[in-house]
Design a protein around this ligand. Structure first.
Ligand SMILES: Nc1ncnc2c1ncn2[C@@H]1O[C@H](COP(=O)(O)OP(=O)(O)O)[C@@H](O)[C@H]1O
Ligand SMILES: [Mg+2]
Length: 232
């Protein structure tokens, strides 16, 4: 059996809505083996983004646990958790989230700057950022600003940025949601190619069944729970 990379145990996430409480996740458990590609689907508002953020160490659950490589993510202090996130997990969001005042190359480089020893490894990191830009076909745009690029190009930059620290896990939230179908297809081919080539583990939120079908497994969220068991 292959190694379990990510495990969620009975995740609950509630939001206070005035006096009332909105229970978005009501006990989600799942496990993802290293090297798996998994789609998370469900209706709009089902809690897909909320779940992805919690799994990625970005949002503390109301209760329940997330284990990454067997380590309890939210038991760690804020610092340790953000170091874990930066070095082990790459994120791609629907709306790219590139910083407009930085160049394309600086955006790709950015996740590495928070890592220990980044200053000493500056030259290496710059050349790694360029290699990644080559891989996504945008080396020629390295000194441009994000707003000079098309949506598809910006998402390819975001993909390069997500891989900057050589994460084991890639989390993508509707990565083609803002793109037309042709451009979306190009981004998906690139994404799946990079995931396969590097043996990455992929968790991708999508509401598109054709996109979900390209993943090895589909986890469906409904009424705050995983339909079925969430395990193989
Ligand atoms: N920070 C928050 N405060 C209050 N409600 C939230 C917050 N984040 C998400 N929600 C609510 O939780 C539900 C699930 O949201 P989300 O996870 O974004 O769904 P999905 O990604 O499946 O469309 C929605 O009803 C949303 O309004
Ligand atoms: Mg969402």
């Amino acid at each position: 059996m292959s190694e379990i990379l990510l495990q969620a145990e009975n995740l609950v996430r509630s939001f206070a809505m005035g006096r009332r409480k909105l229970d978005v996740l009501r006990g989600v458990s799942l496990s993802v083996a290293a090297g798996e590609t998994v789609a998370i689907t469900g209706k709009s508002g089902a809690g897909k983004s909320t779940l992805l953020h919690i799994l990625g160490g970005l949002d503390r659950p109301t209760s329940g646990k997330v284990l990454f490589g067997g380590k309890d993510v939210y038991a760690a202090g804020e610092r340790e958790r953000s170091a874990m996130r930066a070095s082990k997990i790459g994120f791609v969001f629907q709306a790219y989230h590139l910083l407009p005042e930085l160049t394309v190359r600086e955006n790709v480089l950015l996740p590495a700057l928070g890592l220990r020893g980044a200053f000493l490894r500056g030259g290496k990191l710059r050349s790694r950022a360029m290699e990644l830009l080559e891989m996504v076909g945008l080396a020629g745009r390295a000194s441009h600003r994000p707003n000079e690029l098309s949506g598809g190009e910006q998402q390819r930059v975001a993909l390069a940025r997500a891989l900057m620290n050589e994460p084991r896990l890639l989390l993508a939230d509707e990565p083609t949601g803002n793109l037309d179908s042709h451009t979306g297809e190009e981004v998906l081919q690139l994404l799946f190619g990079l995931v396969a080539g590097r043996g990455l583990t992929l968790l991708m939120v999508t509401h598109n069944d054709d996109v979900a079908a390209r993943c090895g497994r589909n986890i469906v969220l409904r009424d705050g729970l995983v339909e079925g068991s969430g395990r193989e």
